[in-house]
Ligand binder design. Sequence first.
Ligand SMILES: C[S@@+](CC[C@H](N)C(=O)[O-])C[C@H]1O[C@@H](n2cnc3c(N)ncnc32)[C@H](O)[C@@H]1O
Length: 401
Amino acid sequence: MTSDTGLPWETMPRWSGLDARAGRLRKRLASALLADGAVRDPRWLDAFRTVPRHVFLRRFLLQRPDGLWEAADSSRPDWLELVYDDQVRVTQLDGDPESWERARAHGGVPGEATCSSSMPAIMAIMLEALRVRDGHDVLEIGTGTGYNAALLGHVLGDEHVTTVDVDRSIAALAGENLAAAGHAPTVVTGDGLLGVPGRAPFDRVLGTCAVTRVPLPWLEQTTPGGLVVTTLNRLIGAGLVRITAGDGPCGEGRVLREDGRFMPLRAHARHWTAAALEHAGTAEAVSRRETDLPVNAVLAASHPFEFFAGLVLADVAGCRVERGGARFAHEDGSWVRHTTRDGTSRVEQGGPRALWDLAEAAHEHWLALGSPRRDRFGVTVGPDGQRFWLDAPTSEHSWPL
Ligand SMILES: C[S@@+](CC[C@H](N)C(=O)[O-])C[C@H]1O[C@@H](n2cnc3c(N)ncnc32)[C@H](O)[C@@H]1O
């Protein structure tokens, strides 16, 4: 017997033998989320303790050290442990609904992840950031496996949850997963960039795929005073933002202290990076010199300068960390090679703009501003444009989004 999506139900394990083990692992995950501070609200704690992630991850793909993806399912003895680790689990590559079958047939396949169940800690942070109250109607962008929609449904009631995915096969499988877990939110197939006008207005909109700019329909479809929470699709300085909707397609909000990085909304994905990085690895440099700025200050999400670096290097979209250094590339053809040997760092640059010079100037500016952390920045969004600012919307320091 097969389901509507063609996924044979025979591959579903016998729940009775698994339930106790899954329940223990689920409680352990929920306790870890609580201990780390990702979960604070008892309602979300209860959701993570109750909603069975394994129903949403019957099949997923694991990346091997050689970069290829291999198929995983309940036939693995460690399947439940993998499901209840606080890890992102990829379920689709390159938009191909057959990617799992391909990986199973070939033993390992290359590809870019296009669907996943996100890391539970980041899901928890975003759910907390939504500040939901009983009776709120929520729109989730990016249904994926359906797991997050089930968490929302557990807390708010399925009738208050609408979720949209651009990929028909993903939405269909999510609908089956949700039904198997006892949930029935409204699952829509469509472009989440447009929101879901037929179900608006919403009190909350949650973007679970990263956007380059905040789609105005999300704000337009949110009740004034309601909240939009999403991650920004930036390689350097990605951030989690919470925006309070104004009257119409506009809003104002803050960058949150917690970081969150998600796969991009399909229209906002960049496909030129591999070639640009290859070029950055071999091209003749326009300039070559020593530098005092460590590469991790610009590229490591944990570094306090990284968010600010992203304000200046917003469209850097490809980066490769390698032994003794890193390289990154901008869509305008500019690139940087940074290497450190015997305690000395050297930088080579090429293309139309000297990106490392910009990064160093930004670092000086950041120090002069008192080294502000990401949560001192805010964001204003409207039909006239989108911009970040420091401390207040009226600040003289502002950067385009
Ligand atoms: C990280 S996954 C979402 C995880 C999901 N919330 C869960 O709980 O499993 C990102 C999803 O966004 C979807 N997506 C990408 N572009 C989209 C778009 N333009 N509109 C709606 N969904 C989109 C992808 O198909 C993918 O399923």
